[in-house]
Structures are given as structure tokens and as C-alpha cells.
Design a binder for this molecule. Structure first.
Ligand code: NAP
Length: 489
């Protein structure tokens, strides 16, 4: 598979610790498989406590020099990283499709998205301003400085192997922090390639480390327990987020959490149906439905429900399923067998409760972890499919009558990441947008992610924001200086 890359130097079979490639540990290797065909892609070293601690200590040693660089110097180095990511877009996209399975066009899109954070935060590096606050006593000045948090640990999921890393590493490095990245054990190859490009960009040894391995607890515990790690930034499931928050409590680490979702998508009866169909298809099937902001419950108002359901079923039947490396494929494999089993459980529970399958509904004839893109109607709030994140290509339709009913059902979840609403009535949209309990609302669109916007959730979907001008705050502390003895002359 290495031969698929134009630049073989981006194929790394080793962890990146303190600027060096560690290709062996006493704990052996683990196998990484291509989800499209089950073939072994590569064997990677298993890092455990000892290797993670070496990475933490390296990040700590590198921190002083890195934070002492001027903001402009850091900005230029991070900017160079961005340029290299763009230059190697095709290879990075290939790595994503090989290890994660997403269609290659979407992988290219992910690299654009991932690179956009690096570009954005290379610029923000220069705008970490402090403040002079009017003093309360004569002869005093009050100053607020914004300083880097220090050593940060990033734990990231498999579904966006590049963007979930750059959305954390770029603001951290821009702010003057150093970082240890623990990528998902199923998708470390993209992370390692990003690490290689970081070295080529001139990011000094120890500033960005990538630990590989499938002993997740050993690595995770070392990161959360170590006193030198001042910040945990996590993207993944709510369940694991809770564990990491508990583990970080002992050393009172700063934490940001991008967790699971259960996104409602509401189509009111006055919506432009062409816009709504496009919006649902995008919000549902991107990355084969394996996105935290994927529409998980589609609420359709009674007057348009049946006609819209038929259109959505038709569009869904047209989606092409296959190996993501084929250009024309829309739906790739699921990440693993457990993901397929979850879809089957959700579907059979919905059918037992009276839901009807309008399209798809089974494992795909290609076998493996391929699943037919599916539309199911007659879903109700008590079904598992409406309560849990399905994380796959199933579109559950729920019929509603009044706006109040739709909003109440949308909010009937512990999650609060993203929501989508479709209507032509501005007042109705405004009321709905204000009432929905999520961190993000797409209005007449199913695509909301970009580097300029604050991404994040409320309720049990997370803490903190990534991207935008707010994203760098997660990697900064405020230091207050009370300067006395400055009486006016
Ligand atoms: P996950 O099981 O929570 O895993 C995420 C990361 O946490 C992986 O690197 C995993 O390592 C690691 N991990 C698991 N258990 C751990 C532990 N006890 N200690 C330390 N680290 C641990 O989630 P996933 O299945 O990879 O990703 C899907 C989830 O991520 C979904 O819920 C999705 O909604 C969420 N997500 C949220 C956002 C957002 O921005 N809010 C974005 C993308 C995804 P291993 O890979 O080694 O198990």
C-alpha cells in the first residue's frame, strides 16, 4: 500500500517521540487493517506507559524554547506546516481512505478542512492579546496576560483521522503549547504523516509527539495521571469523555471535550424541499454516517412527510457503495464489525417497534463491513435508534405535527452537539434556533463545519470550542499582574 503514495516518506511505521521515530518497543506490534477489504496495512509499535512518559517528558523539555519563540516565529513555522499539508493533500487523503475507509473525494475534503485549521491558527498565533484593566487603587495597574497552558495531550477518534488532530494541535502549537497526540488505534497512519510534515516544517523535536498502540488504557492513564500534562483535549464518545474527566480530576487538568451527538434535523412543511433533500443527504451520509454531527433523527412535518420520505428513499437507493479508493463511490465500509452489529441492533429494535424500511436495511452484498444506505420511517422517540448515536448510514424519519412538538422531541436527549432546521419562514427558524439545545445549528444547510466557526457541544456533548477565534483560548491561561508603585508623577 505504501506504493500508492507519491512521497513514501509519509508512510511511517513508527511512533514519533521527541523528534525521533520509534519503530520498536518491548511490547511488540499491532496490526492495522484496511476496513474495505480486511487486509493488513501495516504493523505498528505498541507504546505503553514507559513510552508515553518519555513523550510527556520530551514535550515538557521542548515547552520552554517553544513558548519563548515570538508569536511571529511560531506563526511562520505553523504556516509552513499548513503549506506542506496542502502540498501532500493527495497522499494524506489516500492514507485516510486506506485506514478509515471514507470515499476518496471526502478524504480530500477532510484534508482541506484539516489544513484550514493549521492556516487559521498560524494567523491567530499573532493575535493572542493581553489586556490592561482600569485599576481600583491609585498607583496600581492591572494587567491580564494570556500564556500557554503547557504540555497538552490530545486523544482523538478514528472518524476524521486528520482534522480531529489539526483542530487541536494547530491552536496548541500556535499558543506556545507542546503536545502528545494519541490517535485512535484504528487510524494512526494519517497522524504519523502529519507528524512527519511537522518535522519537515521545522516544528522542533518534542513539540509534537504521536504515540501509537492499542493498549488504550495504558496510554490514556499515563496522559491523564501525569502531573506534567496540564491539559487534556479529547474528541470521541461521551462515555470515554466521562472517564477522562474523572481521571483528570486528580491533577486538576484543564479539559476540553468534543463528545458524541444525537443531531436532530427538522424539516418544516414550508421548507424548500430541494434544499431540504440536499441538506439531509449531506448531513446524514457524509463519512458513511460516521460523523458526530450526522443527522441522527429526521423530524418531518406531517403535511410533507410521505412525499419527502419517498424522495429521500429514491436518493438513498442511488448512492454507490464500495471501496473508498474508487472515485465514484459515495458510501464506504463501516469502520469495523461492531459498527455493523450496532446498525443491525438499531434497525431490528425499530422494526419491532413498528418502523418501516423504505430503502436498504441490510448488510451490503459486497460483504465485510459494507452496509446498504437505509431509510426507515415511523420511528418514535423511545426506540434505540432515536436515543443513541447510530453512527452509520441509516436515516430514521419521525413524523411531527406542531413546531412545539418537534422542538420538544429534538431536545429530548442528553446530547447537544448539532441540529439542522429547514424552513422558508425566518421567524420560525429564529424561534427554533433559539429553542434548540445544541452548540451548533445549521439553517437550511446540512454542512456546517469550517475553521472560522466555533465548533462544540452543550449538555453531554462536550466542553469548550474548537476552531474560530475562540479555539485558541482552550490552550491559554490568563495570568493577572497587579503592578503597584506606579503613582503618577
Ligand atoms: P471513542 O471510543 O471514545 O475513542 C476516541 C479515542 O479515545 C480513541 O483514540 C480511543 O482509543 C480513546 N480511548 C478510548 N477509551 C479510552 C480510555 N479509557 N482512556 C483513554 N483513551 C481512550 O470514540 P470513537 O469510536 O473513536 O469515535 C466516535 C465517537 O467520537 C462518536 O461518539 C462521535 O460522536 C465522537 N466524535 C465527536 C466529535 C466532536 O467534535 N464532538 C468529532 C468526532 C467524533 P482507541 O482507538 O485506542 O480505542
Amino acid at each position: 500500500m505504501k506504493q500508492l503514495l507519491k512521497d513514501a516518506g509519509l508512510w511511517r511505521e513508527a511512533a514519533l517521540i521527541d523528534g525521533r521515530w520509534l519503530d520498536e518497543t518491548p511490547h511488540g506490534n499491532y496490526e492495522l487493517r484496511n476496513p474495505a477489504n480486511g487486509e493488513v496495512l501495516v504493523r505498528l509499535p505498541r507504546c505503553k506507559e514507559a513510552e508515553t512518559i518519555v513523550a510527556i517528558e520530551a514535550a515538557d523539555r521542548a515547552a520552554l524554547q517553544w513558548r519563548r519563540k515570538t508569536a511571529k516565529e511560531r506563526s511562520e513555522i505553523v504556516r509552513r506546516w499548513y503549506e506542506l499539508i496542502v502540498e501532500h493533500k493527495e497522499d494524506l487523503a489516500t492514507l485516510i481512505t486506506l485506514e478509515e475507509g471514507k470515499p476518496i473525494a471526502e478524504s480530500r475534503g477532510e484534508i482541506d478542512y484539516a489544513a484550514s485549521f493549521v492556516q487559521w491558527f498560524s494567523e491567530e498565533a499573532k493575535r493572542v492579546y493581553g489586556e490592561v484593566i482600569p485599576a481600583t487603587k491609585p498607583g496600581q495597574r492591572i494587567l491580564a496576560l494570556r500564556q500557554p497552558v503547557g504540555v497538552c495531550a490530545a486523544i482523538t477518534p478514528w472518524n476524521f483521522p486528520a482534522a480531529m488532530i489539526t483542530r487541536k494541535a494547530a491552536p496548541a502549537l500556535a499558543a506556545g503549547c507542546t503536545m502528545i497526540v494519541k490517535p485512535a488505534s484504528q487510524t494512526p497512519m494519517t497522524a504519523l504523516a502529519l507528524g512527519e510534515l511537522a518535522l519537515r516544517a521545522g516544528i522542533p523535536a518534542g513539540v509534537l509527539n504521536v504515540v501509537t498502540g492499542n493498549d488504550t488504557r495504558a496510554i490514556g492513564n499515563s496522559l491523564t495521571e501525569h502531573e506534567l500534562v496540564r491539559k487534556i483535549t479529547f474528541t470521541g464518545s461521551t462515555e470515554v469523555g466521562r472517564v477522562l474527566l474523572q481521571q483528570s480530576a486528580a491533577t486538576i487538568k484543564k479539559c476540553s471535550m468534543e463528545l458524541g451527538g444525537n443531531a436532530p434535523l427538522i424539516i418544516f412543511d414550508d421548507a424548500d424541499l430541494d434544499v431540504a433533500v440536499e441538506g439531509v443527504m449531506n448531513a446524514k451520509f457524509r463519512n458513511t454516517g460516521q460523523s458526530c454531527i450526522a443527522a441522527n433523527r429526521i423530524f418531518v412535518q406531517a403535511g410533507i412527510h410521505d412525499a419527502l420520505a419517498e424522495r429521500l428513499a429514491e436518493c438513498t437507493r442511488e448512492l454507490k457503495v464500495g471501496d473508498g479508493l474508487e472515485e465514484s463511490v459515495n458510501i464506504g465500509p463501516l469502520i469495523d464489525a461492531a459498527a455493523v452489529e450496532k446498525l443491525e441492533t438499531h434497525l431490528s429494535d425499530a422494526q419491532a417497534g413498528g418502523a418501516t424500511i423504505l430503502a436498504g436495511g441490510r448488510r451490503h452484498e459486497l460483504g465485510g463491513t459494507f452496509f446498504e444506505p437505509t431509510v426507515v420511517s415511523g420511528v418514535s422517540r423511545e426506540m434505540t435508534i432515536a436515543r443513541e448515536e447510530t453512527f452509520g448510514p441509516i436515516m430514521p424519519l419521525v413524523r411531527f405535527t406542531t413546531d412545539e412538538e418537534a422542538i420538544a422531541m429534538a431536545n429530548d436527549t442528553i446530547f447537544g452537539l448539532a441540529a439542522y432546521i429547514f424552513s422558508r419562514d425566518a421567524a420560525r427558524l429564529w424561534r427554533a434556533a433559539e429553542s434548540i439545545e445544541t452548540g451548533m445549528v445549521g439553517i437550511n444547510t446540512g454542512l456546517i463545519s469550517n475553521e472560522a466557526a466555533p465548533f462544540g457541544g452543550i449538555k453531554q456533548s462536550g466542553l469548550g470550542r474548537e476552531g474560530s477565534r475562540y479555539g485558541i483560548d482552550e490552550y491559554l491561561e490568563i495570568k493577572y499582574l497587579c503592578w503597584n508603585g506606579l503613582e503618577a508623577v
